[in-house]
Ligand binder design. Structure first.
Ligand code: FCB
Length: 456
């Protein structure tokens, strides 16, 4: 690892005392060791083998080999003064077929990871589920099956029983909206089902899994429990009532379908009849949380589809014809190398919107925010991006939103799902040939930001 000369930054953003700075990752994106020590296959192992599914035919079999290099990775994360580290468990590493027999070696890995974080002074904030469903559960129906929700609650119990003496802060699921839309409605993420509106049960069953997991974690003595939801402002492309209606439908499907049941105990009226809800489900799903995690990347702009117009390439995925909405480009002065619009105000806007929409909104943590810029080490654009988004969080705090933390996506360059390894979100560079880790300028900057806070 080569070390850069120390640099000092001035005018860094300053947060209220106690604000938590973190870094985030997820299991499939970093661990590799896809079949080591008893791990079972996940839907991402299967999906990545599908021709054309992932850019350049890449996959997560080795990823960045965090499974074997976790000690070095923890050292980098801790050396920045990071308060919290958000990672996720690979479900098929712990329960190779999703239920039943625990894989001791898999559980031992997370035990070692947690111990090394704690020894380095970093608080572990694990996510139970970040998209890598055991393939055996997918074969039995995946998130279209209600049984999968109960299986996740059992996973929560296994993990809390083993780690709950040292892990006190838990996140249930990551971005149920993205897995539903990209994985079940479309075909761009695992499991690539392409069901259109037939994907709606996957939304409900993930939400039910969230509710059941909250109950299981609390029963096991968890101190704080939250969820990580993707949210973004949705604007209509014009004042035309058809565009406004299209934007409203899109916002409902991508934002409110997931947050309304959690934060106000009811589905949006327009969708309520379409979800397989049983008595008592909404009570479970809306059980009070200690914090609500918001993942933010970019806003969306929507119009009513114009016949004959080509909408290709606006979102990372193409929305099939026949849907009542079409994403159009967001006006932005800058884009990341992934093509995502850089709009820091969108973060302030979504946080204040959530605050207004939900009187019961608990404390908020920005559980993901970051950008793909491909420069290896001198990543001034990432520093500017993160600085602007931290200031957007400060604006939301001034406007009355109780934001208590901010986690950068990501600690390390990693496997960016269908985009493979081209997109680089890390504060720490990972060489694709040697897998050597190098701290980027943004890592040094982030360390300075943390050090500049009134009390850590
Ligand atoms: C989010 C995912 C995360 C990462 C970032 C860039 O939607 O939760 O795993 O891929 O996007």
């Amino acid at each position: 690892m080569s070390e850069l000369p120390a640099r000092s930054w001035t005018g860094l953003p300053v947060f209220p005392p106690g604000f938590r700075f973190g870094m985030a990752t997820s299991a499939y994106q970093i661990e590799g060791a896809f079949d080591s020590d008893g791990k079972g296959p996940s839907i991402w192992d299967t999906f990545a083998a599908r021709p054309g599914a992932i850019r350049h035919g890449e996959d997560g079999r080795v990823a960045i080999d965090h499974y074997h290099r976790y000690a070095e990775d923890v050292a980098h994360i801790a050396a920045a003064g990071t308060h919290d580290y958000r990672f996720s468990f690979s479900w098929p590493r712990v329960l190779p077929t999703g239920t039943g027999q625990v894989n001791k070696a898999g559980l031992d890995f997370y035990d070692r990871l947690v111990d090394s974080l704690l020894a380095a002074g970093v608080r572990p904030v694990p996510t139970l589920y970040h998209w890598d469903l055991p393939q055996a559960l997918e074969d039995a129906g995946g998130w279209l099956s209600r049984d999968t929700s109960y299986a996740l609650a059992d996973l929560a119990t296994v993990l809390a029983d083993r780690l709950g003496d040292r892990v006190h802060d838990w996140i249930t699921l990551n971005e149920m909206s993205v897995q539903t839309l990209y994985g079940y409605a479309l075909t761009s993420h695992a499991p690539g089902r392409g069901l259109g509106f037939g994907a709606l049960p996957a939304a409900h069953h993930q939400l039910l899994a969230h509710g059941l997991a909250v109950r299981a974690l609390r029963a096991a003595g968890a101190a704080t429990v939250g969820v990580a939801a993707q949210h973004f402002p949705v604007a209509a492309a014009s004042e035309d009532p058809a565009d406004r209606e299209a934007a409203e439908i899109f916002a409902t499907l991508t934002n409110w379908l997931f947050s309304d049941p959690i934060l106000r105990g009811a589905y949006p009226e327009s969708l309520a009849g379409l979800l397989p809800v049983h008595d008592g489900d909404l009570e479970l799903i809306s059980a009070p949380l200690d914090f609500y995690g918001v993942n933010y990347y970019e806003p969306t702009r929507i119009e009513a589809p114009r016949p004959g117009k080509d909408y290709g390439g606006v979102l990372e995925v193409d929305i099939p014809e026949g849907m009542p909405f079409s994403p159009v480009p967001v006006p932005a002065v800058e884009r990341t190398d992934f093509g995502w619009a850089v709009v820091p105000d969108g973060l302030t806007e979504i946080l204040t919107t959530l605050r207004k929409r939900y009187p019961a909104l608990p404390q908020v943590v920005v559980t993901e925010n970051g950008a793909s810029f491909r420069e290896p080490v001198h990543d001034a654009r990432r520093i500017a991006y993160l600085d602007a988004h931290l200031r957007a969080v400060l604006s939301a705090i001034s406007a009355g939103v109780d934001v208590r933390g901010y986690y950068v996506w990501s600690a390390l360059d990693n496997f960016e799902w269908a985009a493979g390894y081209d997109e680089r979100f890390g504060l720490i560079h990972v060489d694709r040939e040697t897998l050597a880790r190098t701290r980027k300028d943004s890592w040094h900057w982030f360390r300075s930001v943390i050090a500049a806070q009134p009390s850590s």
